[in-house]
Design a protein around this ligand. Structure first.
Ligand SMILES: *Cc1c(COP(=O)(O)O)cnc(C)c1O
Length: 393
C-alpha cells in the first residue's frame, strides 16, 4: 500500500491525513512540497514530467488537495477552486444550457441564490425554490426542463434537515442532477454521494480549511454522470482549466493542512454546540433554539440517521429585532463576523449579513434570528458568554 493511499476502505481519519499526501520522493520531506510555480519544464516539446504543464491546468499541490477531498467524499474525481462560489459557478456552467431549470432549497446559502439569480438566469436559465424537506412539494416543483436539484442540509441559518436519499430518488426519476452543498456538515459528518447525491460542492473556506485563513471551494463527483452525452466530471475539468477559477498552490496547501485535523475538530465543534444548545433550551429571552442535536428539533431523527453528529452551527431566535441586534453586537468571545467553521467562535446577524442579498425573496431570514458558529474554545466559556449576553439584552 502506498503511503498516499486514498482507498475508500481506510478509516476517514486515515484518509484525512494520508490521501494524496505521499512524502517527497527526492528529499524524503514528510509534507509534500508547496509547488509555488506557474509552469513546468518539458523534456522536449510535449514531454511533461508527471503530466504537469501549466498551473491553471494542474499543479501538484492542487492535485494533493483534490485527491484528499475526493477520498473524503467517496468520489473518484475532485476539483478545487478559488472559492466556494467559483466551484458552484463552474459546476452549473458544466451542466446548464439556456432553457434548463434549477430547483433549489428555499434556504440555500444566500450567495448561491444570488449567483444563479444574477449570473445564470440572465443567460436563460430558470430558477425556482422549494421547501426541500417537503417531498410532495419537491415532486410538484420539478419541471420537464429541471436539470439540477440543489440542496443544503443542515441549512443556513435555520438548520433544517433534508432527506438526501429521498430527494435524490425524486430528482433522479425526473433525470435531474442532485447537488448537495455539504459545507455545514463537512464530509466527516455527512456523505451525500453514499446517500444518492450526484455531486458535492464545498466552500472549503469553512470547516475544511477550518482556520479562517484561506478561501476555497471544491466539486466532488464520480465519473459516469452524463450531461448531453458527455461525462460531467470531464466537463468540470475542462471548465476548471478553460475558465481558470482555480485555487492557487498556497491556498491549496493551507486547505490540505487544515483538512488533516477535520475529524478531530468536527467532533469538538459538535460537542461544544450540543452543550451550548442544551444550555439554551427554554431560556426566557429566546423564542427558539435551532440545533438538530436537540430531540425537539423537527429534523432530529433524520439528522441522526444521516449525520455522524450534529455539527457546530446553531441559531437562536430572540423575541424581537432589537434584542437580536443587541445580542449580536455584545457577545465577548463570539466575534461578530461573516463566515463560519473556524476554530474561533463567531456570531452573525443573518438578515443583514450573510442573507442581506436575499432580503425580499423567499429566502429572507427573520430579523430576530442570530446565528452562532460554535468554535473550539472551552464549552463553559462559550456558554457563559451567551448566557451573560442574554442577561443584558
Ligand atoms: C460560504 C458558503 C458558500 C460560498 O463559499 P465562498 O468560499 O465564500 O465562495 C457556499 N455555501 C455555503 C453553505 C457557505 O457557507
Amino acid at each position: 500500500m502506498s503511503p498516499d493511499q486514498s482507498a475508500h476502505d481506510f478509516d476517514f481519519a486515515t484518509r484525512a491525513i494520508r490521501a494524496g499526501q505521499a512524502f517527497d520522493p527526492t528529499t524524503g520531506a514528510v509534507i509534500p512540497p508547496l509547488y509555488l510555480t506557474t509552469t513546468f519544464v518539458q523534456d522536449g516539446i510535449g514531454g511533461f514530467r508527471s503530466g504537469y504543464e501549466y498551473t491553471r491546468g494542474g499543479n501538484p499541490t492542487r492535485t494533493s488537495l483534490e485527491t484528499q477531498l475526493a477520498s473524503l467524499e467517496g468520489a473518484d474525481r475532485g476539483f478545487s477552486f478559488a472559492s466556494g462560489l467559483a466551484a458552484e459557478d463552474t459546476l452549473l456552467r458544466a451542466i446548464l444550457t439556456p432553457g434548463d431549470h434549477v430547483l433549489m432549497g428555499n434556504d440555500v446559502y444566500g450567495g448561491t441564490h444570488r449567483l444563479v439569480t444574477w449570473v445564470h438566469v440572465p443567460w436563460g436559465v430558470g430558477l425556482s425554490t422549494v421547501e426541500m424537506g417537503e417531498l410532495d412539494a419537491v415532486r410538484a416543483a420539478i419541471r420537464p426542463e429541471t436539470r439540477v436539484v440543489w440542496l443544503e442540509t443542515p441549512s443556513n441559518p435555520l438548520m433544517k434537515i433534508t432527506d438526501i436519499a429521498a430527494v435524490a430518488e425524486i430528482a433522479h426519476a425526473a433525470g435531474a442532477v442532485v447537488v448537495v452543498d455539504n459545507t455545514f456538515a463537512s464530509p466527516y459528518l455527512q456523505q451525500p454521494l453514499a446517500l444518492g447525491a450526484d455531486v458535492v460542492v464545498h466552500s472549503t473556506t469553512k470547516y475544511l480549511g477550518g482556520h479562517s485563513d484561506v478561501l476555497g471551494g471544491a466539486v466532488l463527483l464520480n465519473s459516469g454522470i452524463e450531461v448531453r452525452g458527455e461525462d460531467l466530471a470531464d466537463r468540470v475539468a475542462f471548465l476548471q482549466f478553460g475558465v481558470g477559477p482555480v485555487s492557487g498552490p498556497l491556498d491549496a496547501w493551507l486547505t490540505t493542512r487544515g483538512i488533516k485535523t477535520l475529524h478531530v475538530r468536527m467532533d469538538r465543534h459538535s460537542a461544544n454546540a450540543q452543550a451550548l444548545a442544551e444550555a439554551l433550551v427554554g431560556h426566557p429571552k429566546l423564542a427558539r433554539v435551532y440545533y438538530p442535536g436537540l430531540p425537539e428539533h423537527p429534523g432530529h431523527e433524520l439528522a441522526a440517521r444521516q449525520m455522524r453528529s450534529f455539527g457546530g452551527m446553531l441559531s437562536i431566535e430572540l423575541h424581537d429585532e432589537a434584542s437580536a441586534r443587541g445580542f449580536a453586537e455584545s457577545t465577548q468571545l463570539f466575534q461578530l463576523a461573516e463566515s463560519l467553521g473556524g476554530i474561533e467562535s463567531l456570531v452573525c446577524y443573518p438578515s443583514e449579513m450573510t442573507h442581506a442579498s436575499v432580503r425580499g425573496t423567499a429566502l429572507e431570514v427573520s430579523p430576530a434570528v442570530v446565528r452562532l458558529s460554535v468554535g473550539l474554545e472551552g464549552a463553559d466559556d462559550l456558554i457563559a458568554d451567551v448566557l451573560d449576553t442574554l442577561a443584558r439584552v
